[in-house]
Ligand binder design. Sequence first.
Ligand SMILES: [Zn+2]
Length: 370
Amino acid sequence: MMKDRLFSWLIDNLINSNKQRFEYPGFIVENLGNMNREIFLPEQLMVELEKKIDPPLAYRIGKRFGYGFARISNLPKKNSVEFNLFVDFFVKLVETTCAGNITYTRNIKINEIEFSADEFIICRKNGLGHIMAEGAIAGIWAYMLNDPTVEAVQTKCQGRGDKRCVIIAAPATELRKKGLSPISYAKVEKDCTVNQAKYAELNKVRPVNYANNSFKNLLDASLITYDKGKVEYNGERYFLVETSSIYEIEKVLALKTSGSDKKNRKILWEVGFNYGKHLANIAKISNPYQFIMDFFPALGFGDILVINKDGKIEINIDYYPWVPDAEKTEFILIRAIFSGILSQSLKRNVNLKLMDKHIKSGHLSIHFKE
Ligand SMILES: [Zn+2]
């Protein structure tokens, strides 16, 4: 494993330098300037979600997430000393779990960057890529250039049969001059605000009560493998993202104030539920309670307790990753995933409802019950 150039790079630049920490059960944190709370998301879940939602909504999720991530991380802005160095660093960071062999060219005059990549997560499987390949890159580039009109278009994609994925990010006017038709979402700046100090405090690593595994434990035990930029569990890929990603999905698709319709809430639940069933199948789960308590904390989702009280399943999660939207969210996706895992394993329909969410002792706790 150590032969892998990227893996060595990951160890040297992220783990040894303490930029990313994988050894805490319940938490994955990253520090690229400011502290980030990170989670691993399953590629397969996102492949299915992206197939079922409208492209402009998928793009919006990605761009909001990319922009928010850049802001939380305090990424360097254009004209700063760190900017050029950071672009190189950032490409390597994306290569660690999201894509392989990235090359890029820049046209500084028009604020354009063009990436070419291998095995880009999600789009390699569905040929779409609105969330990560286009949206997230657009959001990050928009933040770094201080220009919310920056958008991104994937002009070639392995998932559509091309040799590599090619993504061009630039201000929308420049993209249109090239005959490209970007999805535009310039509203991003106004929407993505975050209280840095509160974020750092509520996501701080703390001792856990139930979680036994960190991500590093699963890697050491070879339950999760890492090779050439691919994190895999049971043959499926996972990728590392800042925690806003999971909130942006629900905010764009299902938050009542966002004007989204019932259709998208239903899609979100069904995609999560079906993914949970799929995961239960491929992981050959014998004890779903233990599986949820062991696996999800290692992916960074906090400290989880699953119990059966008088025949009803209850799940409590302490230290669930917090962003300002937590106060409004209903945690639909994670509830659906757990419901799917339990339903498939227990051979009966489990439908977890949100009973409670609160901030106590400086962290977010949520409680589900069937
Ligand atoms: Zn692609």
